[in-house]
Every structure is written in structure tokens, then in C-alpha cells.
Design a protein around this ligand. Structure first.
Ligand SMILES: CC(C)(COP(=O)(O)OP(=O)(O)OC[C@H]1O[C@@H](n2cnc3c(N)ncnc32)[C@H](O)[C@@H]1OP(=O)(O)O)[C@@H](O)C(=O)NCCC(=O)NCCS
Length: 174
């Protein structure tokens, strides 16, 4: 049994693995915790079972009592030569410990290994935490979609990371 809402127990060990269908319930709860417009649970099932261009991972934390907790997730799509980050989130109890960066770096590297040359994503104008993460990894703002998010009419900023370079991406991975 894996849980989503827990207090972090330090120190903990994080591993990264492909998302499984059994993870979807917890991943969906993490998504709901993290976004105003969460995906329906069936969207995660679809990505896992129906979309050959999707790659989905989770970050799993092993706590001191050896129980396992899904602390983060990412879904990316490989679209021609682009890795499009569909969603990424880390359980609020485990943020600011490098898990988000690992999920992004590992999914970009997986895309690069399949021939992708560019990373792409949309982020809310007000989401400074995520923007800081992406800027730190070399993403640049390349455009915007005005009033893209229908819950509050917030703009989406478009960000790309050009020339995905496996060597550089590997330097992010721990
Ligand atoms: C964005 C998110 C995935 C980051 O996950 P995380 O595991 O906390 O991020 P990391 O610990 O890997 O942070 C890496 C860097 O990002 C930046 N960063 C992350 N959170 C930040 C914050 N709250 N404020 C400022 N900078 C932040 C920092 O530069 C950080 O490096 P540092 O800790 O060495 O200073 C997480 O905040 C989250 O799940 N948010 C809700 C969902 C979301 O917004 N997803 C992105 C949608 S586009």
C-alpha cells in the first residue's frame, strides 16, 4: 500500500521508476493536491495504456520504517523531436529537496535518448516556483497564451530548452 499525504521522515531514500497502473490512484491524489485544474484519474490511465508517445514516472520515497510513498510524478509526451512536459508535481511534504528537478531532468534525458532535441512546457504566470526550476535548468521563455487557464483566466508562459544535450542533462541526475 502506498500513501500520498504523509509527513516527511528524514533521512529518506528516493528512487525513480516508471509509473504503474497501481500508482494511478495515489498519483491522481497528488495531482489534485498540486493543481487547481487536476487531470481526471482516467487521463493517467490513458497515458499509461493508450498513448505510445507518453512516458510517465514516479519518485518513490522509502521512509525509515521501510514503507514506500509516492512523492512525485511526471508525465511527458514525445512529439516528433520535442519532449513536452504534460504534468509534474511533488508532494508538498517533499518539496525543495531536488525531486522536481530529478523528475524533469530524467524525463528530458529519456526523451533525448529517443531523439528529442527540445524540451517544451507551459507554466502559469504566477507559478514562480516552477519557473525558477525551469530557468535554473536552462529553459527560456518563448511566448505566452493569454488567459489560458480557465479557472482564473491566468496566462500560460511557454518555455523551451533547446539543443537537449545528454551530457548536460546527466549532470542534473543524482
Ligand atoms: C514545481 C515543483 C514540481 C518543484 O518541485 P520540487 O521538488 O520542490 O523542486 P526542487 O526541490 O527540485 O527545486 C529545484 C529548484 O527549483 C527552484 N524552486 C523550487 N521550488 C521553489 C520555490 N517554492 N520558490 C523558489 N524556487 C523554487 C529552486 O531553484 C530549486 O533549487 P534549490 O532548492 O536548490 O534552490 C513543486 O513545487 C510542485 O509540485 N508544485 C505544484 C505543481 C506544479 O506547479 N508543477 C509545475 C507545473 S508547470
Amino acid at each position: 500500500m502506498v500513501h500520498v499525504m504523509v509527513e516527511p521522515i528524514h533521512p529518506f531514500k528516493v528512487s525513480y521508476r516508471p509509473m504503474a497502473l497501481e500508482d494511478v490512484e495515489v498519483v491522481h491524489r497528488l495531482d489534485e493536491q498540486s493543481f487547481n485544474l487536476p487531470w481526471p484519474e482516467r487521463s493517467f490511465r490513458y497515458e499509461l495504456t493508450q498513448n505510445p508517445n507518453a512516458m510517465c514516472w514516479v519518485a518513490e520515497v522509502e521512509t525509515a520504517d521501510a514503507s514506500r510513498v509516492i512523492a512525485g510524478m511526471v508525465v511527458v509526451w514525445l512529439i516528433v523531436d520535442e519532449v513536452h512536459i504534460g504534468t509534474v508535481a511533488v508532494n508538498s511534504a517533499y518539496r525543495r529537496q531536488g525531486i522536481g528537478r530529478q523528475l524533469v531532468a530524467r524525463s528530458l534525458l529519456a526523451g533525448a535518448l529517443k531523439g528529442a532535441r527540445t524540451g517544451f512546457l507551459e507554466v502559469r504566470r504566477g507559478n514562480l516556483a516552477a519557473q525558477t526550476l525551469y530557468l535554473q535548468m536552462g529553459f527560456e521563455m518563448v511566448g505566452e497564451r493569454r488567459r489560458y487557464y480557465h479557472d482564473n483566466d491566468e496566462d500560460a508562459l511557454l518555455m523551451t530548452l533547446n539543443n537537449l544535450d545528454q551530457v548536460t542533462l546527466r549532470t542534473w541526475i543524482k
